[in-house]
Design a binder for this molecule. Structure first.
Ligand code: GLV
Ligand code: MG
Length: 324
């Protein structure tokens, strides 16, 4: 182990994160009753400029009046390059009560962006005597943000999670796609001819690097990596495939931009019963091995060691959070 100890962010379930436009309060009750682990009320890109002020008022009212149960509540503020952002922070903290858990910072570009929001949030929290500290979720969705992803991840003790915002990231990097998330058939590999002269074309995942890079930065800082939107809500199979790819790389959740995507995200990001049972057996076998003074043993014909026990403990801890 390194002598540098990485403190993990507060443990929260973040399998699904439902995006709800602040300009559409009719959706709030349904969001509160949904199975989403996290709900973010949006003031940024889902809200037209003319609706920004009203959306802020709607969100303040909803934070005070709606019963959000045990959900983690977040508000996506406007970007630091807009004049809406300071008032988003001030009004939400001064008037939104204690219910808010997180602020989502869109288009995070540099560590200084996070520092600036931290300064404002700290002053506002102190001024109102807030008891619960607000955490930060940062969307990595620009070339600048990706270039500075490590510094962003460690910029504030409030940081809890990094999110991959595929739509803005595609725009910022001028990637050749017009859809939100998912693969592009041009990003493929053509095999050499086989004996019969046949060549196979495999689609690749054009988002592999970006997600893997964000996962490393997040995990190295003890944060949760979360995959962002998948725009085609009438394609559950496409959503599931994208969510699985992100989960395999280490993401622990995915956005839902439509209620139909919540169950899919929860399912993909929950360990299965077989995985939990296996994890429990690994922990048991390793406990026995430790008693016998061994560092590694075999289980079901495979080697397990101290690293396996850590993976198993993560799995069992998550299962406990879900069962609560
Ligand atoms: C999310 O904000 C995105 O741009 O994908
Ligand atoms: Mg975006």
């Amino acid at each position: 182990m390194s002598f540098t100890i990485v403190e993990p962010a507060p443990a929260r379930l973040n399998r699904s994160e439902l995006a709800v436009p602040g300009s559409n309060p009719k959706l709030f009750k349904k969001a509160a009753e949904s199975d989403a682990d996290v709900v973010f009320l949006d003031l940024e890109d889902a809200v037209a400029p003319d609706d920004k002020v009203q959306a802020r008022k709607n969100i303040i009212k909803a934070l005070n009046d709606v019963d959000w149960g045990n959900k983690t509540m977040s508000v996506r503020i406007n970007g630091l390059d807009t004049h809406y952002m300071y008032r988003d922070v001030i009004d939400i903290i001064e008037q939104g009560g204690e219910r808010l858990d997180l602020i989502m910072i869109p288009k995070a570009g540099t560590a200084a962006d996070i520092y600036a929001v931290d300064m404002l949030v700290t002053q506002a929290e102190e001024a109102v005597g807030r008891k619960k500290r607000i955490g930060f979720e940062m969307i990595i969705e620009t070339a600048l943000g990706m270039a500075n992803v490590d510094a962003i991840a460690t910029a504030s003790p409030r940081n809890e999670s990094l999110h991959f915002g595929v739509a803005d990231y595609a725009a910022s990097t001028k990637a050749r796609t017009t859809v939100i998330g998912g693969p592009n058939e041009l990003y493929g590999v053509l095999s050499d001819p086989d004996d019969a002269g046949e060549r196979l074309y495999h689609w690749g995942d054009m988002w592999h690097y970006a997600i893997a890079r964000m996962v490393v930065a997040a995990r190295a800082a003890g944060l949760r990596p979360i995959d962002g939107p998948f725009g085609d809500f009438s394609d559950p199979a496409g959503f599931r495939a994208q969510a699985n790819r992100a989960a395999v790389l280490g993401c622990e959740g995915k956005w839902a931009i439509h209620p139909s995507q919540i169950d899919l995200a929860n399912e993909v990001n929950s360990p299965s019963k077989a995985e939990i049972d296996k994890a429990k057996r690994i922990i048991k076998a390793m406990r026995q091995a430790t008693k016998e003074g061994k560092g590694a043993v075999s289980l079901d014909g495979r080697l397990i060691d101290i690293a396996s026990i850590k993976q198993a403990e993560v799995m069992v801890k998550k299962a406990r959070l879900i069962a609560k």
